[in-house]
Design a protein around this ligand. Structure first.
Ligand code: FAD
Length: 395
């Protein structure tokens, strides 16, 4: 029987793995089956999805049909994964029949974490896909139409990590392009934007956020939310600070996908993210996991970060390892290599510690060029240079 590899997810993890598996199968003339499953029929360049908030037309630049990425010998199924049964080695689907696997790669990404904050799930928008970005666009458009420059709509972005900073930057760019009466606030519970990172890059990002007229509120966590107000801090003896909110976009944390909650694989109790070794094998020998879905051991008590950069790197090895597993060969190990940070604030960008460049933190044309180049290179690496270049102007 031909060994059947099933890949679930078409993000950097899934699409990247399919691409590296294809290259490896072609190189070795191996005989394996591939079934690739994703809820949408496209790969989304999620790390640039915030561009769609400003301009929904960018959607065609940040999506690639899975049919273009699928090897000739593979099969694609568009369906929602609802569970994984490791005993019968099946992936359970929402609409279609269960799919059997010999080896399975989990690349389902992550969900938004709400940390049990009262009212947050009910009253906040999130940004995890194309439909979310389109919805944010529509809502800020409607808010702007109903507001005035004397009484601007209050737009709050909760969480000043990669997604929150870049989303706030695009909302500000929309405001400027349309002279829209929007007041934008970026709210971060920790003491500085882009928490946990080098003060130099934090300062460079803050400077550009302020220049984009985004109000920054750091140092108090959102404690509860209702329809019109976001409450910060507060306690037994102190009242929370109140911020009036017409729209709250919450980007403050990630957690595992609930579809994997019942799968018999070792996971982090709190987040449901799947533990994986440096060769991506989980506690079940047949199941591998990479990308945001996984907590990939780095051999030093740390795990790989939940970034596109890490998923992309891991996928290059994951395709090889799926084939090695099918052939009973020893697996390769992988260690994340931080190649630096690139972050957009509307049409501006900040670069930090870019691999092989001796500049530390910088902005300007160089940072913007690199930000564009990374998105273009990713799209080109899984499709064609032409498709990559097509996206250039909007990145
Ligand atoms: C706005 C934003 C900006 C970001 N900016 C950066 C950045 O600048 N740099 C960086 O390195 N990282 C950035 N990130 C993080 C980065 O996008 C993620 O770390 C990366 O997408 C993880 O890749 P992945 O393949 O694990 O998951 P994803 O890219 O999320 O892919 C998951 C795939 O699984 C599919 N899926 C999910 N659930 C199911 C299901 N039940 N059934 C079937 N299919 C399912 C999804 O449709 C998707 O195709 C950003 C994220 C956001 C949201």
């Amino acid at each position: 029987m031909t060994h059947r590899i099933v890949v679930v997810g078409a993000g950097y993890a899934g699409a990247g793995t399919v691409s590296s598996l294809e290259a490896e199968v072609e190189r070795t003339n191996a005989d394996v089956e591939l079934v690739w499953i994703n809820e949408h029929d496209y790969h989304l360049v999620l790390h640039e999805v915030h561009r769609v908030i400003r301009n929904p037309d960018v959607a065609s630049k940040v999506t690639v049909p899975c049919s273009e990425l699928l090897p000739e010998w593979g099969e694609f199924t568009q369906d929602r994964v609802t569970g994984v049964d490791t005993e019968s080695q099946t992936v359970e689907l929402d609409a279609g029949d269960n799919v059997n696997y010999d080896s399975l790669l989990l690349g389902l990404g992550s969900a938004t974490a709400f940390f049990g904050i009262d009212g947050l799930r009910e009253h906040a928008l999130t940004l995890k896909g194309l439909d979310d970005a389109r919805q944010i666009h529509e809502e800020i458009k409607d808010l702007a139409a109903d507001a005035s420059h004397n009484d601007p709509a209050q737009v709050l972005v909760g969480g000043a990590g990669l997604s929150g900073i870049q989303a706030a930057g695009e909302i500000a760019a929309y405001r400027d392009d349309h002279n829209a009466p929007l007041e934008i606030h970026l709210v971060e519970g920790l003491d500085e934007v882009f928490p946990g990172n080098d003060p130099e890059v934090q300062g460079a990002i803050r400077k550009r956020l302020e220049a984009a007229d985004i109000n920054i509120e750091c140092g108090e966590f959102i404690s509860s939310v209702d329809e019109e107000t976001v409450y910060l801090g507060g306690g037994e003896d102190t009242d929370p600070e109140e911020m009036s909110s017409d729209l709250l976009l919450w980007t403050g944390g990630i957690t595992g996908q609930e579809e994997l909650a019942d799968a018999d694989i070792d996971k982090d109790d709190r987040s449901n993210r799947v533990f994986a070794a440096q060769d991506f094998q989980t506690s079940d020998e047949q199941v591998f996991a990479i990308g945001d879905t996984a907590l990939i051991d780095q051999g030093d008590d740390s795990v790989a970060p939940p970034t596109a950069q890490a998923a992309w790197q891991a996928a290059e090895v994951a395709g090889k390892n799926l084939l090695k597993a099918a052939q009973g060969q020893p697996l390769e190990t992988w260690t994340h290599e931080d190649k630096g940070t690139l972050i957009s604030i509307g049409d501006k960008a900040v670069a930090h510690d870019i691999d092989a460049l001796p500049f530390g933190t910088f902005g300007g044309f160089g940072a913007k060029f690199l930000k564009k180049a990374v998105a273009t290179r990713w799209i080109a690496s899984i499709t064609s240079v032409g498709r990559g270049l097509h996206a250039w102007d909007d990145m």
